[in-house]
Ligand binder design. Structure first.
Ligand SMILES: *Cc1c(COP(=O)(O)O)cnc(C)c1O
Length: 430
């Protein structure tokens, strides 16, 4: 078997940068990517046979852990029936029914293949429904890689937004307004100025793609209120938070009902599924009965539907308590290690968590009333990347795998149980 290093050399010849998604490349870290061969419960195994406690969990989808036995058995059954029909089938209805009967704020859902596709559809749907073009997004939220979301803020509301990626036309950047999170004033000003042109506000109600930027509930309530007042739609992008922080995601936790919700990640349990959901009068604007076009050759393919449903069926209210207990225990293990390991070498580190998500970030000394709370990009300590680089390497050598970037959060699963927690302690102190 080749080593990770050999595979990376080969990969770089075959694939741009050697990877199929940029964050996998370990860019800015001490070494090239590890190539993994298989996963089992809370563990990943690399091609050289080394095991890692996995806190990336495929960036979120694997809420039950790797190769969960029940999901595995369901997938084997589904495979026997065929893995794509490109036609109407009953399997997606089982998943749709299961979800919608448990999420009373939603009436209809459409399945697609990724979170990016879900966001792309949600934006087109919002524009088609309102007949308006502008979308408000927030600096520090990630919504996949559709053109109109790859936009960075100009400085101040008056500045022209610009693309954060080459290849995004200026004409598209023009219709995206980028605001700071946690600023009541910016959102009020934006609506005062562009109110009648704004189709939707899109937000990660629990921003978890640039660290974990916990929002005030009042801020999310303001977004609900101000969109309603201007006949604009509110889109909750729950691709990370959906089915993870609660079955009904942040919409259920906050009691705030968005007009459109996007799902991804956990909804497919590690198979490619994305979804857009909302009330009937909005969802029925989609083709074939509505004027907003959307389609997909592999959408709702029976294998992905079966994998998603088998995963979601394992999630009971107790699961969410267990996930939080696992996360709390892991936090305590890390906190103790940060404080005491090698004379406090990592004593500057702090683990922030919400539900089963966590983020390790340098402590901030701050005397304000919300001391140390990080709600927006500009609150993030500038030492983050340097600090992470060292920590990541030390943990990796001990067989503990974090997502390979300082701004990515950690994901805890139901497989991170007491036994794994004990093993984490052993590995940290080894
Ligand atoms: C991951 C993510 C996306 C993109 O989903 P993909 O399946 O990677 O295309 C969109 N929005 C949020 C909030 C995400 O976390």
């Amino acid at each position: 078997m080749s080593t990770s290093l050999e595979l990376f050399e080969k990969a770089k010849k075959l694939v741009p940068g050697g990877v199929h998604s940029p964050v996998r490349s370990f860019k800015g870290l001490h070494r090239g990517p590890i190539f993994f061969e298989r996963g089992e419960e809370a563990y990943l195994y690399d091609v050289e046979g080394k095991s890692y406690i996995d806190f990336c969990m495929s960036f979120g989808p694997l809420l039950l852990g790797h190769t969960n036995k029940k999901v595995h058995a369901t997938l084997i059954e589904a495979l026997k029936r065929g893995w794509s029909f490109g036609a109407a089938e009953p399997y997606s209805l089982e998943l749709a029914d299961y979800l919608l009967s448990r999420l009373p704020f939603l009436e209809q859902i459409r399945f697609m293949n990724s979170g990016t596709e879900a966001v792309m559809t949600a934006l087109r749907l919002a524009r088609g429904f309102t007949g308006r073009d502008k979308i408000i997004k927030f600096n520090g939220c990630y919504h996949g890689h559709t053109d109109s979301m790859l936009i960075k803020a100009g400085s101040g509301l008056a500045a022209e937004p610009s693309a954060s990626s080459a290849g995004v036309p200026a004409g598209i950047a023009q219709d995206t307004i980028v605001l700071e999170l946690d600023s009541d004033q910016e959102i009020e000003q934006a609506f005062a100025r562009y109110g009648r042109e704004i189709a939707a506000v899109i937000v990660e109600p629990l921003p978890a793609n640039n660290g974990l930027l916990l929002q005030r509930k009042e801020f999310l309530q303001l977004l609900r209120k101000i969109t309603k007042a201007h006949d604009a739609l509110l889109i909750f992008d729950e691709v990370i938070s959906g089915f993870r922080v609660a079955f009904g995601g942040m919409a259920a936790l906050t009691g705030i009902t968005p007009d459109i919700v996007t799902y991804g990640k956990v909804i497919g349990g590690g198979l490619p599924v994305g979804a857009v959901a909302g009330p009937k009068h909005i969802m029925e604007k989609l083709a074939p009965i509505g004027p907003v076009y959307q389609a997909g050759t592999l959408s709702a393919n029976p294998l992905a539907m079966a994998g998603g449903l088998a995963t979601l069926k394992e999630l009971t209210p107790t699961s969410y308590e267990t996930l939080e207990q696992n996360t709390q225990a892991i936090k305590e293990i890390f906190d103790d290690w940060f404080a005491r390991y090698e004379n406090g070498r990592f004593a500057h580190c702090n683990l922030i968590h919400f539900g089963s998500l966590f983020w390790i970030v340098p402590k901030i000394q701050n005397k304000s009333k919300e001391a140390g709370v990080i709600r927006k990009l500009s609150d993030i300590p500038s030492s983050l990347s340097d600090s992470f680089k060292v920590l990541f390497e030390v943990l990796l050598n001990k067989g503990i795998y974090l997502a390979p970037n300082a701004y990515e959060v950690g994901f805890v699963s139901l497989a991170h149980d007491a036994k794994v927690q004990q093993e984490l302690k052993t590995r940290l102190w080894s």
